[in-house]
Design a protein around this ligand. Sequence first.
Ligand SMILES: Cc1cc2nc3c(=O)[nH]c(=O)nc-3n(C[C@H](O)[C@H](O)[C@H](O)COP(=O)(O)O)c2cc1C
Length: 211
Amino acid sequence: MKLFRLDASITPGTSASAEIADLAEAGWTAANPGTTVTRRHLGTDALPGDAWTLAVTAGFTPEDDRTPAQRDALALGATLAAELQDADAAILAVPLYNYGVSQHFKTWADLVIAGAGATTPVLENTPTALVTTLGGGYGAGAPREGWDHSTPYLERVLGDIWRADLTVIKREFTLAATTPGMEGLRDIAKAHHDAALAAARDFGSRALAAS
Ligand SMILES: Cc1cc2nc3c(=O)[nH]c(=O)nc-3n(C[C@H](O)[C@H](O)[C@H](O)COP(=O)(O)O)c2cc1C
């Protein structure tokens, strides 16, 4: 079995999303000892910021006229898309930054689409865990209800465009334990943490059903 693992935390040493994704990965690989893992860490190894422009404009340029940089960008997009298409399962750990996804994640997703084509379901029927962590909370009744513009985007891309068999594991209030003024949210934050860890264990155990 092949597992694809993506991380996007810019603070990997203390990453809450990685903690949850690690648990899901451990469960999956324990159930399938021969599993090989392909890793992408966008927080520590960001993709070139201009690669997407180069890949897209390469598509508008006759093949013989493409620059070496355009060819490299197209090849990178194809490589990233193939990493998903080759996977039997996928785990993506994607934090909320500034009410959206990071530029690193967006560049990666845009390059996958440039490499595979806009409507190609690169994760079709692939068991996929989207782990997302948010410092605050944006659910019903919250002062900033609806300000999480990351999770809906991720669900559209992973579930609706790439057709993954998607499990969303969302942990809100990760900053409550350490941020002054959030003390009153610590109980709900712990409940979110516990629920996310349980969901990660559940995802790992799905390997038993898949194997
Ligand atoms: C630069 C930066 C921007 C952030 N923006 C937001 C935000 O808009 N809303 C929010 O709820 N949390 C925000 N956070 C908090 C992160 O979502 C939170 O710390 C999360 O746990 C990060 O995931 P990680 O622990 O895996 O790195 C931000 C954190 C950083 C470092």
